[in-house]
Unconditional design. Structure first.
Length: 446
């Protein structure tokens, strides 16, 4: 018998990526009209209510299962089966360390923290006190706590990457969202995950590899944090014999911190190319400058024009982005328009990042008008959606707007960059591997 239900599982925590996958699997089942399995954050409760469900009393640490199906009990059973599949079944002898403190006493070179934001500070603190560098993938850590972690890291002589550090590459090993990159002479210090991915992917297209990518968190160059991790990362890369050139990637830093970083650069033996968006450059231009400093040729960046242009008079640009720095760069180049970074904390609270979960951007494409130019990024690599074109290209084909895609990736990425480009082009989009070139093309359509 058809019907709907909303179940509350008190204190049952699962990460947002797991819940997104379970929700997607349930939605694809025969007889299921709507399904959402999510933690009961304020945003998720609002989304479930928008789907027409009545939500019982629940808190952010509770699990919600909302279903509208021909047989809701069977759908719940399937949800439970899939959730059980994500629970590790380990024997006592195989039980891993239960805390960062205990894990740090085993042989380790680095700690990766990816827990709900309210718990990330304590775990990172344990790692630093054990004398280990730490990458904090989690967001939701206050600026004051970030500053405290980085001050302690200075005392312990270790690096803090993050909080909200989405991308790092250490000795060829990618952490978080990471593209498949050729090893090479360029080290990257990045207060921007997608900014670092754009620069390193273009370097890869140019046949120039990367030694390390040290993410420092998007707030590191703010006045409150003082660039503590950036300064340490610059020193580390300067001491690395495999690094011949450093690229510093960031959104606009605090003027005082920018001065401090400039003075630090002058003390380094390794040359530094700055990719700072408030200095009249863009990420593609900075990459080209890095290639020239290394004495290497600048290639023509690959692009795929749309099969046919839509004829409606274009009046507005809408930016539908998953990367904050890419969105800021596009807005700077376009000079006008409404740009939204769906990777911002306001949109990721209790749900997967838009590089994994396309839902919010699919909805944004559906709201676009025939007078709009929609400019969007699609970021490939490990950790990202295994096939972003499967959902986004269909949304591109359905929207009445003209779509321009910045496709950030390398030929080694598991999603198959050329297949992704072909799918978006067939859906009607123009595709560029350079976000700056995509933004200029979008501007030219007005």
């Amino acid at each position: 018998m058809s019907g709907e239900l909303v179940l509350v599982r008190k204190g049952a925590y699962y990460d947002s990526v797991t819940l997104m996958r379970v929700s997607r699997a349930l939605t694809e089942l025969p007889g299921v009209a709507a399904a959402m399995v999510a933690m009961a954050t304020e945003l998720n409760v609002a989304v479930i209510r928008d789907l027409g469900f009545t939500v019982p009393e629940a808190g952010p640490s509770d699990l919600l299962i909302a279903l509208r199906a021909a047989d809701p009990d069977a759908a719940v059973a399937e949800a439970d089966r899939r959730l059980t599949g994500f629970q590790p079944q380990e024997t006592a002898a195989e039980q891993p360390p239960l805390t960062t403190f205990s894990a740090a006493r085993t042989p380790a070179d680095l700690v990766l923290v990816s827990v709900p934001g309210e718990h990330a500070f304590a775990e990172a603190l344990d790692a630093i006190q054990a004398g280990l560098p730490v990458m904090i993938f989690s967001d939701g850590v206050s600026v004051a706590r970030e500053r405290r972690l980085k001050e302690l890291a200075e005392e312990k002589d270790v690096l803090v990457m993050g909080p909200d550090c989405g991308t790092a590459v250490i000795g060829g090993v990618g952490l978080g969202f990471a593209n498949v990159l050729t090893p090479g002479p360029v080290g990257v210090v990045a207060a921007s995950g997608t900014g670092a991915q754009q620069v390193t992917c273009l370097l890869d297209w140019a046949g120039t590899g990367v030694s390390h990518v040290l993410g420092v968190g998007g707030r590191d160059l703010s006045a409150e944090v003082g660039g503590l991790s950036t300064l340490r990362a610059l020193r580390l890369l300067d001491e690395d014999p495999a690094t011949e050139l450093i690229v510093l990637v960031s959104k606009p830093p605090s003027p005082e911190v920018a001065r401090m970083v400039r003075e630090a650069e002058e003390r380094l033996r390794t040359p530094v190319v700055r990719a700072l968006l408030n200095e009249g450059t863009d990420l593609t231009a900075a990459t080209e400058e890095a290639l020239r400093v290394l004495g290497r040729p600048v290639p023509e960046w690959p692009s795929w024009p749309a099969w046919s242009g839509r004829t409606a008079p274009h009046k507005t640009i809408k930016g539908v982005y998953s990367g904050g720095t890419l969105s800021a760069e596009a807005a700077q180049i376009a000079g006008q328009g409404d740009f939204v970074d769906y990777g911002d904390d306001a949109y990721t609270d209790g749900r997967a990042h838009p590089m994994i979960d396309p839902t919010l951007r699919v909805e944004a494409l559906a709201r676009a008008r025939d007078t709009d130019v929609v400019l969007m990024d699609v970021v490939l690599g490990h950790g990202a959606d295994p096939d972003p074109a499967a959902s986004l290209a269909h949304a591109v084909a359905r929207t009445p707007a003209t779509v321009v895609v910045a496709l950030i990736g390398t030929e080694g990425d598991p999603q198959d960059l050329h297949r992704q480009a072909a799918a978006f082009r067939e859906a009607g989009a123009a595709v560029f591997t350079s976000n700056a070139q995509a933004a200029r093309h979008a501007r030219s359509l007005l």
